[in-house]
Structures are given as structure tokens and as C-alpha cells.
Design a protein around this ligand. Structure first.
Ligand SMILES: C[S@@+](CC[C@H](N)C(=O)[O-])C[C@H]1O[C@@H](n2cnc3c(N)ncnc32)[C@H](O)[C@@H]1O
Length: 284
């Protein structure tokens, strides 16, 4: 590769920096970021991908993890959140060490369960793994983070609304109905199907996350116009989600094929919506 950074590109709302996460974050001297969504290499889960197998042992992986998380902490806004995707199934022992080490220098905020809705049949010696954990950290205990629960409410179905409206304890039916039609708060178990091989959303990355999952995190944990960082951009899921939700974004990706994949995916997204809608600052 003559110039490893030559594939970096910018759009109206974001930039994708082609390069290594540590080098790129060390050079970052711009505004603080409100939200960081990090879906890092898992450590020897995808055994055919060199980006997931380049550490000689778990300790080396953990040290590297501490380095990039420290670099993220430096640029995270005081009321910002850092989401870190964990692993599935039998590698979770490394993930538990990861959580223990990171919460020594960042404040634990939450642990989200991403329920993938379908099991991943990788083991015969225990239950079939079906969830992944997402660790949520914030810079310090002192500053409350920005979090908008209303942005990720789940609608009740009509039958449930009608049942609840019959509850005699609520005298003001109109107020009760208005309340119910807002939907209920999402819990920290997010049941969102993982992408099947045949999914239209799939663009060819081996660990591509569903847009709905990423959109839930962005909608709840940032405001329109905020800057969102994804230090392991992969196929561009965070970039597309930010475009849809009217957030600015910054991505880092080391693999040139995935930089190209993100660019193509963003172009396909832009081509799929009418230009006047794209220009609407309130779109979400
Ligand atoms: C788990 S995948 C992210 C997938 C992404 N969330 C998506 O939906 O497509 C991790 C990504 O990190 C990238 N990566 C690995 N090591 C890196 C490094 N040192 N710096 C930047 N990116 C790296 C890999 O190329 C891979 O695309």
C-alpha cells in the first residue's frame, strides 16, 4: 500500500479516516465527541480474519483494548457515553476480563444485552448462545450522561392499548390513552434479530451489525447534530445510521476493503432517498 491513508473520505455529515485506531485517535485534536460506538475485533472469534487474530494471547489483546479505550476517553464529552460490543458464546471469559479492566479507569454505566433472537450454534457443551453484551461506560461518575428514553419508546399493539384502557383505576381516559400511545420505555434487553446471510441489509462484512440496533443506541444517546465516533467502522453501519438520524459522524477503519464498502453503502443510502428529504434537518 503506497499511501495507507489515501482512501479516507468526507461527506456533508461525516468523515471516514482510513488508518489504525491508535494512531488516528492520537492525532485527533478536534471537538469532543458525544457518543462512541465501538465494535472492536473480538479476539480469535473470526478465525479466518487476520484483523481478529493478530494478538499472541489474551493479555496482549486486553492491553491493546485498554489503549484504545483510554484514547476514546480523552476525546469523549463529559456527558457522553461509550458503548463497547462484547462477544458471543465461549469467548466470553476474555470479555469479562475486558469489563473488569476498563471499569478501573472509566465509570460503569450499564450492561446491555443484545438478544439476537436466534441462537448461534457454536457449542455442544452448553446452551446455544443467543445474546451479546454491550458494555456502556462514561468518563466519570460526577457528570450525568445525556440519555433520551423517549427517543426509543416501543409502541403497544392496539389490543394491549384497549385492554389497558379498560383498567378502572384510571379515570381520565383521554390522558391515559395519550400516555399509552407514546409506547413503553425500551429495556436494556434489546431484542433485534441478527442479520441473516440472505438479509437485504447485508453488504459482505463478516460481523455487520443491524441498523436497527445501532440506531437505537444513537437515538437514545445523542441529539440531532451531535458528533458520533465509530473507531471500528467495518461496513459503515454507524455512518448510515447517523445519516438517517441526522447526526454528524467520524469513523476509523484499517481495512481498505471495508473503507470502500462503507463509501459504497453510504452512496446507496443517499441514492435511495429523495434529495429534498435528505436536505430536511429534522429527518429521523
Ligand atoms: C467487528 S468489526 C466492526 C463491524 C461494524 N460494526 C459493522 O456493522 O460493519 C471490527 C472492524 O475493526 C476493524 N479493525 C481491526 N483492527 C483495527 C485497527 N487497529 N484500527 C482500525 N480498525 C480496525 C476491522 O477491519 C473490522 O472491520
Amino acid at each position: 500500500m503506497a499511501n495507507p491513508k489515501s482512501l479516507s473520505f468526507v461527506t456533508e455529515n461525516g468523515s471516514l479516516l482510513h488508518g489504525d485506531v491508535l494512531e488516528t485517535l492520537a492525532a485527533y485534536d478536534d471537538e469532543p465527541v458525544q457518543l462512541i460506538l465501538a465494535d472492536p475485533p473480538y479476539f480469535q472469534v473470526l478465525e479466518d480474519q487476520d484483523w481478529d487474530t493478530s494478538w499472541p494471547n489474551a493479555e496482549a489483546y486486553l492491553e491493546w483494548t485498554e489503549q484504545w479505550v483510554s484514547a476514546c476517553r480523552r476525546i469523549l464529552a463529559p456527558d457522553g457515553l461509550l458503548y463497547i460490543f462484547g462477544q458471543l458464546g465461549k469467548r466470553e471469559h476474555v470479555w469479562l476480563h475486558t469489563c473488569s479492566r476498563l471499569t478501573k479507569f472509566m465509570q460503569f454505566h450499564d450492561m446491555i444485552i443484545w438478544d439476537r433472537a436466534v441462537g448461534y450454534n457454536e457449542r455442544s457443551d452448553s446452551f446455544t448462545p443467543q445474546y451479546e453484551m454491550i458494555l456502556v461506560l462514561r468518563p466519570t461518575a460526577d457528570t450525568p450522561p445525556h440519555f433520551n428514553k423517549d427517543a426509543v419508546r416501543l409502541p403497544y399493539d392496539e389490543a394491549t392499548i384497549q385492554t389497558y384502557l379498560r383498567d378502572p383505576r384510571y379515570k381520565d381516559k383521554a390522558a391515559r390513552e395519550t400516555h399509552l400511545r407514546k409506547g413503553k420505555y425500551a429495556t436494556n434487553i434489546l431484542r433485534i434479530p441478527s442479520l441473516k446471510g440472505t438479509s437485504k441489509e447485508k453488504v459482505g462484512h463478516p460481523s455487520q451489525k443491524p441498523l436497527t440496533l445501532i440506531e437505537n443506541l444513537i437515538a437514545s444517546s445523542s441529539r440531532p447534530g451531535d458528533l458520533v465516533l465509530d473507531p471500528f467502522m467495518g461496513s459503515g453501519t454507524t455512518a448510515v445510521s447517523c445519516e438517517k438520524l441526522n447526526r454528524r459522524w467520524l469513523g476509523i477503519e484499517a481495512n481498505p476493503d471495508y473503507v470502500r464498502m462503507t463509501k459504497k453503502r453510504l452512496q446507496a443510502y443517499r441514492d435511495s432517498i429523495p434529495p429534498d428529504l435528505f436536505a430536511d434537518p429534522d429527518r429521523h
